[in-house]
Write a protein that binds this ligand. Structure first.
Ligand code: ARG
Length: 433
């Protein structure tokens, strides 16, 4: 195994395999290059690299970038990405490669790579969430008049619209987006690089310059903290776990809406499959997979939380396990968000079936009660009166008032004008028309 430390005896082969993380690290290559560039510049300014050495490193980094970014992981026995990189730099730039690790440790390096990745991943999720919220707002505007029964306890409860339903998710996804935007500002504050192995380095380098070169506001204020914690990754995965909840509810709503005999959505065939045995089937698999895959987002948060629990201050090798965990969850989240965006664009409702469903379950009972309240009847009395009417109604398909939609159409959260207003407001906040 190629390592940055002195190896006096061979590793146990089972341990050696566990110890290496080069392949798991490969996704971090763009961040490793950025960190190397910022560090080389800082060392050059501090007079620790000569001008030709700095130029040789710059050229080598450019070459490595062109050759390896976006490609599959090369064959190597390097212990990790940092080890491979130093080997590559030394092969191309000689002594400059042997000097690059001055005033640095893999401990601050990996913390910095992780933070840069978390920032990019959070930005990617936030961008996808904005696109989904905007798409849902547009659909909500189009569906503001498409009435359907809303559920509580999985029973028909009151009249609403497909617009109100779509807006529910535009709001949920936007909340997760805003949470990410808030955390992104925090993650951009402190640069772990320069924290060294645990307490910085006695070699004087300009950490402020290094931080700025990587897009951070300042050097991390405490080297011990900066090399120990993975709060950034934990916060991203917490947002992912919360996002998972909304994805699961979204999936279940569609599954319920497309269920026989309700079938008030026109489930897009491009997102379903048939049965090998039952020719009548078209199953809502995309939504079932969305619901199933989202569990991984919640599990990743739980796993990272467990991994970090009780770790003492200072770098511990346990932290190596955080990287594939984080990477997997980020990729999964992105894939699921891409699926939702594509699905939302194609989803449609069956207005006639939705209107027919409104005749079931006395969904207009609350509106009738509120009409009585408007005419002066005390609420509790009106409630009892309507409950008695419901109980006495011979046919559950007989509405209690002539036009159950008339009142809902003008007042309340589900009123079409209100749905359009909220959708327009959210689109404006998202910066889209
Ligand atoms: N491969 C390690 C990781 O990614 C790098 C840090 C190792 N540091 C150490 N002192 N062993 O977490």
């Amino acid at each position: 195994m190629c390592a940055l430390w002195r190896q006096e005896s061979p590793r146990d082969p089972t341990f050696a395999a566990l110890n290496r993380c080069f392949e798991d690290d490969w996704f971090l290559l763009p961040y490793e290059l950025a960190v190397q560039r910022a560090h080389a510049k800082t060392l050059a300014v501090a007079g620790l690299l000569s001008a030709p050495e700095f130029a040789a490193l710059e050229a080598a980094l450019g070459e490595i970038e062109r050759r390896f970014v976006g490609t599959g992981c090369p064959a190597t026995d390097a212990e990790d990405l940092h080890t491979w990189m130093e080997e590559q730099l030394t092969a191309r730039a000689g002594d400059a490669g042997r000097r690059i690790h001055t005033a640095r440790s893999r401990n601050d390096q990996v913390a910095t790579l992780t933070r840069l990745y978390v920032i990019d991943a959070g930005t990617g999720w936030a961008r996808r969430l904005a696109a989904i919220s905007a798409a849902l707002c547009r659909r909500a505007t189009g569906w503001a008049d498409l009435a359907l029964p809303l559920h509580t306890h999985q029973q028909f409860a009151a009249p609403g619209s497909a617009g109100l339903w779509a807006l529910r998710y535009a709001v949920s996804f936007d909340r997760v987006r805003r949470l990410l935007v808030e955390r992104l500002a925090e993650w951009r504050h402190d640069c772990p690089l320069g924290s060294g192995a645990v307490c910085g380095s006695s070699v004087p380098i300009d950490r402020r310059m290094q931080a700025e070169a990587l897009g951070f506001e300042r050097p991390a204020p405490n080297a011990l903290e900066a090399t120990t914690t993975r709060d950034d990754a934990l916060e991203l995965l917490a947002a992912g776990a919360q996002l998972g909840l909304h994805l699961q509810s979204f999936a279940t709503d569609i599954i319920v809406y497309s269920q026989t005999p309700l079938a008030i959505v026109r489930y897009p065939a491009r997102f379903g499959t048939g049965s090998s045995m039952m020719p009548n089937k078209m199953n809502p698999d995309a939504m079932e997979l969305l619901r199933g895959e989202s569990c991984g987002l919640q599990a990743a948060h739980g796993e990272l939380l467990t991994l970090l629990k009780g770790l003492p201050s200072g770098y511990n090798r346990d932290l190596q396990c955080a990287k594939p965990l984080l990477h997997g969850a980020v990729e999964r989240g992105s894939r699921l968000l891409d699926l939702v965006l594509a699905f939302v664009t194609e989803l449609d409702f069956d207005a006639e079936r939705a209107a027919a469903a409104l005749r079931l379950g006395h969904v207009n009972a609350t509106l009738r009660m509120e009409a009585l309240v408007a005419s002066g009847v005390p609420l509790r009395q009106a409630h009892h009166q309507v409950a008695a009417e419901v109980a006495a109604s011979p046919d559950p398909a007989t509405p209690l008032i002539e036009d159950p939609l008339s009142r809902y159409r003008t007042v309340g959260s589900a009123a079409p004008a209100e749905v359009r207003r909220v959708a327009a407001e959210l689109l404006a906040a998202l910066g889209v028309e």
